[in-house]
Structure formats: structure tokens, C-alpha cells
Design a protein around this ligand. Sequence first.
Ligand SMILES: Cc1cc2nc3c(=O)[nH]c(=O)nc-3n(C[C@H](O)[C@H](O)[C@H](O)COP(=O)(O)OP(=O)(O)OC[C@H]3O[C@@H](n4cnc5c(N)ncnc54)[C@H](O)[C@@H]3O)c2cc1C
Length: 477
Amino acid sequence: MTVPRSHALVIGAGLAGLAAADALVGETGGSERRVTVVEPSGRVGGVLGTVHREGWLVERSADCFLAARAEAVSLVKRLALDAELIGVEPRARRALVWHAGRGVPAPAGFRLMAPGRVDGILTTALLSPLGRARLLWERFVPACRPASGDDDESLESFAVRRLGREAFDRLVQPLASGIWTADPARLSMAAACGDFLAMERECGSLWAGERVRLRRQAGVSEASGARYGQFVTLASGMETLPLRFAEDLRSRGVRFVTGSVSTLERTNDGRWQVAGAGLDDATATADTVVIATPAPVASGMLPRLDRSLADDLAAIDYAGSCIVSLGFARDRVAHPLDAAGMVVPRVAGRRILAVSFSSSKFPGRAPPGCVLMRVFIGGALDREAMDLSDDALVELALSEVGQLLGARGEPKLTRVERWNHAMPQYHVGHVARVARIETAISRHPGLAVAGAAYTGVGIPQVIASGQAAARRCLGSV
Ligand SMILES: Cc1cc2nc3c(=O)[nH]c(=O)nc-3n(C[C@H](O)[C@H](O)[C@H](O)COP(=O)(O)OP(=O)(O)OC[C@H]3O[C@@H](n4cnc5c(N)ncnc54)[C@H](O)[C@@H]3O)c2cc1C
């Protein structure tokens, strides 16, 4: 008599869901368990997407990922995509910060909030003499626990306390907003920047902590300290990764169903019953379930199963942003575009967060004789930007790149991407909330959550979260 194979259901075909399906199907080609991925959009990759048009390659969201963590690079290799891996062009391995009417390079050796080199700080035009002195004083600022008494603190409070208000306003805030599009007064150090927090606690200062890190990483070249040398992408665009991943999963027996899950309940025999649109009988019952959707969607599935778990999931806030991609003939842009991009401090009073110089970062993003840039607008501190019409967003982006980069005339390409509620916000207290979510989930064997909402928004972290969710599910049934 053959024992029926168990059924594992993954809800959501973003990278987290694909990584969970991969771990669930394992090496056995699905002989141990049947794996189904349910996704409403009819495509894979979630927010990841690449548009190819007349020689332009435009990323809809993420345009690269950190190679320093193993998860994404080893996946790329396993999918035989390693020949596609390309790093940031050497001349673009630095960030510019808008200051006093021009783009000024971030100080040499400065990494988000860790001062790496004295000469970089002494010579930066971004800070006043007093601001530079205060930043150099960082090594003497005593380590202290945040006033709230718990183990968390906002990025703004931490950076101002350690580096001074001026370095925060002119340097840390714009660099951080280019990554998280978050409100720094609410962004949790413990959740988003645990490594910097650890430097203070273990080494006494960011300065000392960065010295230790650099000694460990001796030999790794860092032009501006912004680690651009460690970012990579795929020559044919980021969407190749989920497309190839899904192809590999299909070849190993994973089934993809176009449908949407709305509720999840326990059956009397301890299995899981899902309901929603487009689900057939073979999909609707499962032994293990990984929910790899944004947290508010996961929350909506669970109130009947566990009200407090649903409430904690619903409490994870999201912000949106818009990306206006603009392509110009090279001779229409005065700026040399000799960086990865330019970030704009809030104190500058402008309405854009950053401009990424896409065709400077990676080859093959624009036709010969042209340049491509992506202008970021919105984020947690400008939620109203999402209400602007496409025409208004393009007009705003054109006016800003005209003033910041000397871009003139009609662009050859314009494209607007709206990412409504797409960026999870790790507010102060996020780590404790995720711990509560994990404790609650552990009361429901065979259930796990995965994705950008929990332990890291970067692509490698999201892959790791899918893998960990699958392991948790398998360990608990
Ligand atoms: C604009 C932008 C730029 C970014 N840039 C970078 C970058 O340069 N580098 C980097 O490392 N990271 C970047 N990120 C972050 C990274 O891309 C994301 O964190 C990651 O791709 C999220 O993957 P995910 O699987 O968690 O979620 P998602 O990609 O959101 O996938 C969730 C999936 O769940 C599906 N779903 C929703 N509801 C249901 C339902 N009811 N039933 C079934 N399925 C459902 C959705 O359709 C979607 O496919 C960026 C993100 C954004 C938005």
C-alpha cells in the first residue's frame, strides 16, 4: 500500500514564496511531498520585474542585491545564472549627496553611519568644521542604553546621539532613506541596523566597530565605504531570477496555481483548509502552509484562527514609493553621472528621495549614446506623493533632474512605477513584535510566515526567510 504524499502549500510567489517552495520540495523532486504555490497575479517574483523596451532595460523595483550574504548568490549559481552576474561599474562605486546646490561624494570610508577614515571626514564638503569635529568625536561618545529602557531605539535617535545632528541631517538621513524609504524617527535600529547597534555595544563606538570589521574584511576594496563593490545584478535584469527559479521548481514537480487565498483554518484532523478565489480541491487542503504574502494580507487570513497573531501582523506598517524612470540622450545631461546615484537630504527641502544612475551602475541599461536614471519619490515621510498623477510625477522628476543633474529637453523614455504599500516599515519595537509573531505561530504546527515584513527587506534576507519558514514547517509536523 502506498502512503499518500503530504501536501505543502505556499501562498505567494514572490522570492520568499519561491524559496520556501524550493526548500519544501527538497532534493527529492517532490516524491516525499506535493508542493503547490498559489499566486493571484499569474506571474512570479512579486515586486521584482524588468521591462525591456527598444534597447532600454528598466527595473520596476529592486535593481541589485548584496553579494556579501550567501543566499542570493548561491541561488544564482544553483540556477546556472552565474555567467549573468555583474557588479557595479568601478566608476560608479560611490554615492553623491545633494548639498549646497551640487552632488557631493559621501566621505571616503563612511558606511551608512560608521566613520571609516579620518581623512574622509576631514576633507568632506558635506559638513561644517563643527559638524566634522563632532563626527570625529564619535569614538569618545559613551555607549548607552536608549531612554525607553528596552533594547530598541530609532535610527534618528541613535545617529544623532553618536554622530551629531548635522551628520545625521546631511548624511545619514539621506543615505538611510535611499534604502528604507522610512521615517528615521520611527525606524528601529535593532530591526534594520542590528550590526551598527552591536558595534556600539561590543566595541564602544561605531569608529572602533568599523575598525574591527575592516580588519576582518582586509582586502575588500571599498571606494566610498558605501559597499557598492558588493552589489551585483543579473545582466538580463532582476526578473530573470524568479523566472528561472520558477522554471526549476516546475521541473522538480512544484505546481503553480493562479488564485488568491483569503482565509486559513484548521480542520478537525489537524490539516489546513484554505479558501479564496481560483483554488481547486487539490490545492485547498494542506498539511503545511507557508504564508509568503505581505503581512497585512497574511493578517486578513488568520483572525478566526488566532486573533492576536492577526493583530500583530496587521500592525506592521507599510509605506509606498514611486519610481519615475527617465532615459535621455547622453548629451542632454550635463552631469557626468560618475556615481551610483544621488541621495537628497530632507533638510534640502526638495520632494525627491534619490536618483539612481542606472546606466552608470550597470552596462546594458540604455541604448548606445543614452543614459537611464530612476527618480525615487514618496516614502514614509511623503505619503501624499502616491496621490500625484503619473503626469505630475513625471513633471516633478523632470524638474528635479533638470536642477540636480542639468538634464534638459524631452526624455526618450519615461515610465512610472507605483509601489503602494510595498515597503514594510520596521518601526521601533519591530523585533519584539516579530518575536511575538513567531511565538504565536509556534502554537500552530505546520504553519509559517515568510517575506520582507519580518527579518530583513533585502533580497538575500527574503530568500533566507522563505527557507527558514519551510524548515520551521517541516520541523513542526
Ligand atoms: C521599489 C522597491 C525597490 C527595492 N529595491 C531593492 C534592491 O535594490 N535590492 C534589494 O535587495 N531589495 C530591494 N527591494 C526589496 C525586495 O525587492 C523585496 O523585499 C522582496 O522582493 C520582497 O519579496 P517577498 O517575497 O517578501 O514579497 P513580494 O515580492 O511582495 O511577494 C508577495 C507575493 O504574494 C502575493 N500575494 C498577495 N496576496 C496574496 C493572496 N491573497 N494569496 C496569494 N498570494 C498573494 C503577491 O501577489 C506577491 O507575488 C525593493 C523593494 C521595492 C518595493
